[in-house]
Design a protein around this ligand. Sequence first.
Ligand SMILES: Cc1cc2nc3c(=O)[nH]c(=O)nc-3n(C[C@H](O)[C@H](O)[C@H](O)COP(=O)(O)OP(=O)(O)OC[C@H]3O[C@@H](n4cnc5c(N)ncnc54)[C@H](O)[C@@H]3O)c2cc1C
Length: 368
Amino acid sequence: MKVAVVGLGIAGLSICARLALAGHDVTGFDQFEPMHERGSSHGDTRIMRLTPGEGGTYVALARRAAGLWRTWEGLAGRPLIEWTGGLMAGPRGSPFVTASQRLSGEPAALLRGDAIHPLTRGYVAMPYEWDVFRQQDSGVIAADATRSFLLRQAVRWGAKLAHNARVADGIEGPALRINGETRSYDAVVIAAGAWARRLLPEFAGKLAVKRRVVGWFTTPTPRLLPIICVDNEDGVYGMPAPGGRYKIGLHAVGGAVSDPDIVRPPDDADAARLTAHARMLLPKHESTPEHMARCLYTVTPDENFLIVPSSVHPRVLLFSACSGHGFKYAPAFGELAEEWLNERPSAELEAFMSQRASDVNRLGGLKN
Ligand SMILES: Cc1cc2nc3c(=O)[nH]c(=O)nc-3n(C[C@H](O)[C@H](O)[C@H](O)COP(=O)(O)OP(=O)(O)OC[C@H]3O[C@@H](n4cnc5c(N)ncnc54)[C@H](O)[C@@H]3O)c2cc1C
């Protein structure tokens, strides 16, 4: 089949690679240059969790992705995930923490927050009144290294990738307008992140774009610290980053962006907010960020993925791996797109396409 993929972030790259491997005639388009930093997929690291506390569908997808991550690592000739273990934390009774524990099937008891300080030799601290689940099957993805690998691998498998090629807004069928020229396809996948709402305006009401800022803090130890996901008001998360740093972000903090092409750079208010969390969680680290970066979330009302064919044309698929937690599932995205193309959806794809949160079995606030 002749397939176009719009958007070469982590989702579009995975889809191009998989569909090309399956023998389709695939062309991927991106409006910017390779490895650009204006969407959602850039940066050194992302959190990996094999048992995401978000619910059963995400656990099934993460476990599918795990085997494929190993295949990617073999092809890349380097590890793409470092298994550091993780601390899932939140105020006592947090549904996210209890779901993480239950879905893991681990009998390990929840810890009180103050147990974390001695466990990490004082590098991480949490309040006594928090519940903490030590989730071993968690780690850090080398995000930019993965994008860079996929840019090469998709081409090796036969995909054509066109950069600096902007697809015109308002797609009406399996055809794309690029530089005034119309190209037709058997199927089109829209993996355009924060810009998807312009390409498929029928979904605009379901996709909100949010500005997010992450900060890197200098780590005073060569020890690899665990990842952290906190189910509190700001949704703090953290992970080790290359160069002796620890990166912190806030899942729940950041305003809506009306135009993804105009996004305010990180400022003093962002630094102050990140610093407050770093002071509490990372007592031995530098408490001001060494540097910061901004990134875009594309968020659905219930924070679940939206992977659904367009009502305008059934051969156009919106693939929105959104809401700030999609990277870990990346290798499975290509498989989901292939299932749609072959009209043989797995239980996971059925759940996302139904657009019902109950089908996705979402249990708690989504984290990274
Ligand atoms: C700060 C931050 C932290 C995160 N942390 C985690 C984490 O720890 N763990 C985790 O699993 N996930 C995490 N995520 C989420 C994950 O990174 C995203 O789910 C994922 O990157 C989304 O990828 P995407 O390909 O859908 O979007 P994008 O990367 O934004 O890609 C969309 C692409 O489409 C292109 N495009 C758009 N419109 C057009 C057009 N008209 N023509 C041509 N090209 C177009 C854009 O240029 C862009 O390259 C985080 C996200 C952010 C922002």
